[in-house]
Ligand binder design. Structure first.
Ligand SMILES: Cc1ncc(COP(=O)(O)O)c(C=O)c1O
Length: 344
């Protein structure tokens, strides 16, 4: 394995980015005296109100977790029984990158649906419900989609509205993995609620948006997720010092700042992809948000990996992922483009 200790992580992931100073300031400010634990504090209440307001979901319940994986598991495991089936795309994080956590914690089957970079057509759902009621088959209960997708695509407002409505017509619940929902909202330039359609439950990413840690679960139809607080506790994400997660959300949501950081990340991805295309590299997927997927020959990838940490989602494919964040600068982009120019 190459020694990557001195390689730049500037495009490794939005998880590799530093925490935004606003998030750190919020931690400092809330670190003042004692407060009730396990989410019973006023900061957590205010942050939950802010999330409800941002997503125009006044009746939603809000839970906070340390990680996106936990937020997804809390959402999915509380929706199903062990004889149920969770539907997801063939590139879903819950399927490929959560070490089987949603299956282990829910006991339900996870079934992959064909997709275009994570975008699923509504008719994919039809054949999955055909065997409902047959005792030999897991029973489809919830479909999870990702906004923006694992391949950097954004569901348009009409597409997500149609998909969610179709799922509901088939008596399926809908979860949105919104680990990068801020990037989707900023890219679409719409209100947060339009970017998630009529979804029943949403993971709202904080860490990738600039927080030190923390993602939220927005439960828009709590009646379908009745055990959710117990799942959160069982898997160890009911933080005793909840206010330190919540305060960061409060700080970033204030005055729509979370969408400014996301729009910046998206703009950096556009600059990067435009530059790559000008150098003659071929994009593997359209760049809708803050991630760029590009085809790199094995030797170019190998040389690049000496100076940049970059992720190859599928080791059998030449596709390499570059992720931009709130902290990516014009010169970060220009530097990596200069390196790629030399390696081309
Ligand atoms: C689409 C998506 N969902 C969920 C997660 C999980 O987030 P975490 O690493 O905080 O568990 C990630 C992380 O990369 C992700 O890309």
């Amino acid at each position: 394995m190459a020694d990557v200790s001195s390689a730049s992580a500037a495009f490794a992931s939005d998880n590799a980015a530093p925490a935004h100073p606003k998030a750190l300031d919020a931690l400092q400010q809330v670190n003042d005296g004692s407060a009730p634990s396990y989410g019973a504090d006023p900061v957590t209440r205010h942050a939950a109100d802010a999330l409800r307001a941002a997503f125009d979901s006044p009746d939603a319940e809000v839970l906070f977790a340390f990680t996106g994986t936990a937020a997804n598991i809390i959402a999915l495991a509380s929706a199903v029984q062990p004889w149920h089936e969770i539907l997801c795309s063939d590139v879903a994080h819950v399927l490929l990158d959560e070490a089987g956590g949603p299956v282990r914690l829910s006991g339900a089957q996870l079934t992959r649906l064909a997709s275009d970079d994570g975008l699923i057509t509504p008719d994919e759902l039809d054949r999955r419900v055909a065997r409902r009621g047959e005792v030999h088959h897991s029973q489809p209960r919830i479909v999870t989609i990702t906004q923006s997708t694992e391949n950097g695509r954004v569901w348009t407002v009409p597409a997500i509205a149609e998909f969610v409505d179709h799922a509901h017509a088939l008596d399926l619940l809908v979860h949105v993995d919104g680990s990068r929902v801020a990037n989707a909202i900023a890219a679409l330039d719409v209100s947060p609620s339009e970017a998630i359609g009529d979804a029943d439950i949403v993971t709202v990413g904080g860490t990738k948006n600039g927080m030190l840690f923390g993602d939220a679960v927005l439960v828009r139809r709590p009646e379908h997720f009745s055990g959710i607080h117990f799942v959160q506790k069982q898997i160890g994400h009911l933080a005793s010092k909840h206010r330190f997660v919540a305060a960061q959300f409060l700080a970033l949501l204030e005055d729509g700042f979370w969408l400014e950081t996301a729009a910046h990340a998206n703009a950096m991805a556009r600059r990067l992809s435009t530059g790559m295309t000008a150098l003659g590299f071929q994009l593997a997927s359209p760049v809708d948000a803050n991630e760029v997927f590009v085809n790199l020959d094995a030797d170019v990838h190998h040389s690049l990996a000496q100076c940049y940490v970059v992720h190859r989602p599928d080791l059998g494919e030449p596709v390499v992922r570059f992720v931009c964040s709130w902290s990516t600068t014009d010169s970060d982009v220009d530097d990596v483009l200069a390196t790629l120019r030399e390696l081309r």
